[in-house]
Write a protein that binds this ligand. Sequence first.
Ligand SMILES: CC(C)(CO)[C@@H](O)C(=O)NCCC(=O)N/C=C\S
Length: 194
Amino acid sequence: MSGPTVGGRKVLIGCTGSVAAIKVPILVQELVNIDDQLEIKVVATEKALNFFDHKSLQIPVLTEADEWKDWKTVSDPILHIELRRWADLMVIAPLDANTLAKLTHGICDNLLTCVVRAWDLKRPLLFAPAMNTHMWNHPLTSQQIDKLKSFGYKEIPCIRKKLACGDDGFGAMAEVSTIVTKIMDIVHSTVPLT
Ligand SMILES: CC(C)(CO)[C@@H](O)C(=O)NCCC(=O)N/C=C\S
């Protein structure tokens, strides 16, 4: 990115109900360490909150409770629209099997899926799938990932690892360092959005 950063890039991290969500705090910390100019917000599904203490993060973690708690009248802001306007890029890490299926069909029944449903396809959206290896190997998975890629979303491929349930195989979320590198490649390559 040439010239002074007029305010950091705005990165929205979406996270869903995979055990890999234990890595969300580490992902945030690594991004802050590598570029303290970044503005970072997290949007978590209810299930994602099972895997990390969102109150321990030093940055905003938006949840279902935030979507409508302050809304009183039709002129009040709508959080998922505020977020799609705010973010320069979005990374969904981890993307669990459930939300993968929802996004494939445009289901928008929570804050995260509403942001994606309203997403400006001219802005980068990356996703890092994470699920049990038997879910990964189901034929639905590749069909659904191909569908997301047809929208222009960029996959950060899963890797083979010992999984949370003891199985060994593909389905593990990409390493945090890989996800950070993919984000920074985009941050350093895109001109500031007006
Ligand atoms: C959990 C973690 C990050 C530990 O290194 C890794 O195994 C992973 O991404 N697993 C994918 C999710 C998973 O395991 N699912 C649940 C049942 S198998």
